[in-house]
Design a binder for this molecule. Structure first.
Ligand code: PLP
Length: 391
């Protein structure tokens, strides 16, 4: 086989996907093992090289799509610095996230304020610092922005299917077809410009069709906006690009194939961007936690870790895909894994771990670079996981 043919075999199909998933997870576990000797409390081991790889992979797969990292996925200053250096732009949702951008020295005009609901104080703060782009999905929000920044560039967040997303967002945000009409009417009345369209397919989305449908809806909306005298210049594909846990998830190249195809229908005058959060940071971070206690209650084996729902593992408790690997090898059994706090909701779920697990064993949890440390608290006096950057 030629080199190109080999490469094609390696990058598509279920076997190739499984291999990619396994390799990524093996690398994360290896990085954790190299840090295990220094254990002094829960720690997220973050790989700088993997962060850069994720950015490169995304950009190479979708050359027309400018990535704006969704800061909420992990606002760590060093991560933001690495992404800026790697050539990504940013998406924010709050004053604190904007302040992180100012600190980082980002050109504020390139920042997208994609939270559809913003307090007047945060709109003022953003406008004062030069933010131009503001997402809206209700007429009420247009009135709020009009009073503070009349020359803002609004982009409409439309509703799209979140089917096949591990963490759906539909319902809370996104204008329906009727809602869009109300937005157009209000923007005209307030003499505000609608400059773009956005959607969010939900997080860890494994259904590529949601992006394709979103692009199709945006294309129709562009025509409608033109009919109403607006000049749209932006298509924002939002976030949702998934991590590989089992290899059943589509790879970024597989998603790109269909997104790139769908974008052929979008004129060159439209700037296309996306807001990857989880995809950029998730696979770069593996959490190390330690077993603090074991119990047998009514024949059920319980395993208590030094971090849990309040230590940044809320998604696990909600049934989000997750993997736990023990430092110890051997025959496994099903354990009910829980966090260290006294709260009954601090239970993570059932995991297959070694039968001979002992207190002080280390447990590695790959793919937790996103939405773990940023969500952690010190409830009940247990330390939130630290982050450590490795090569
Ligand atoms: C959270 C969020 C993202 C990032 O989503 P991921 O699933 O982490 O990629 C992007 N855009 C908006 C508006 C968001 O709220």
């Amino acid at each position: 086989m030629t080199e190109l043919a080999v490469k094609q075999c390696e990058t598509s199909g279920p076997d190739a996907r499984r291999l990619i998933a396994e390799n990524a997870i093996r690398q994360q576990i290896a990085r954790c093992n190299s840090q295990a000797g220094k254990y002094s409390g829960p720690v997220l081991v973050m790989s700088e090289e993997r962060l850069r790889q994720n950015v490169r992979g995304f950009m190479a797969a979708m050359p027309r799509v400018r990535p704006h990292f969704a800061v909420k996925a992990n606002p760590d200053a060093e991560i933001l610095r690495i992404f800026k250096e790697a050539g990504t732009y940013f998406e924010i949702a709050s004053i604190a996230e904007l302040d992180a951008m100012i600190e980082l020295g980002v050109d504020i005009g390139t920042i997208f304020y994609s939270n559809p609901i913003k307090s007047p104080a945060s709109i003022k703060h953003a406008a004062a610092h030069g933010v131009v782009w503001f997402a809206v999905d209700t007429p009420e929000e247009i009135i709020k922005i009009a009073a503070i920044k009349q020359d803002a560039k609004l982009y409409l967040r439309i509703e799209v299917s979140n089917e096949g997303s591990a963490w759906p967002l539909a319902g809370k945000f996104g204008a329906s077809a009727k809602g869009v009409d109300a937005l157009i009417e209000m923007a005209s009345k307030q003499a505000m410009q609608i400059a773009g369209v956005t959607f969010h397919v939900g997080s860890q989305c494994t259904n590529i069709n949601n992006w394709v449908e979103g692009i199709r809806s945006a294309k129709c909306l562009f025509e409608k906006l033109h009919d109403h005298g607006f000049s749209p210049e932006l298509l924002n594909l939002g976030g949702g690009y998934p991590l590989q846990f089992t290899g059943d998830e589509p790879t970024i190249d597989e998603i790109a194939l269909e997104i790139n195809q769908a974008l052929l229908g979008i004129p060159d005058s439209i700037q296309v961007m996306a807001e990857p959060g989880r995809y950029f940071v998730g696979s770069a971070g593996c959490l190390i936690s330690q077993v603090v206690g074991l119990a047998t209650r009514d024949d059920q084996r319980w395993l208590y870790l030094d971090t849990g729902v309040y230590g940044g593992l809320m998604e696990l408790a909600e049934g989000f895909p997750s993997i736990m690997v023990s430092q110890r090898t051997g025959e496994t059994e099903i354990w009910t894994v829980a966090g260290p706090t006294c709260d009954s909701i601090d239970v993570l779920g059932k995991y297959s771990l070694p039968r001979n697990t002992e207190v002080e064993d280390l447990i590695f949890m790959p793919n937790l670079g996103a939405y773990c440390t940023p969500c952690a608290s010190t409830f009940n006096g247990f330390p939130a996981p630290r982050m450590t950057m490795v090569g």
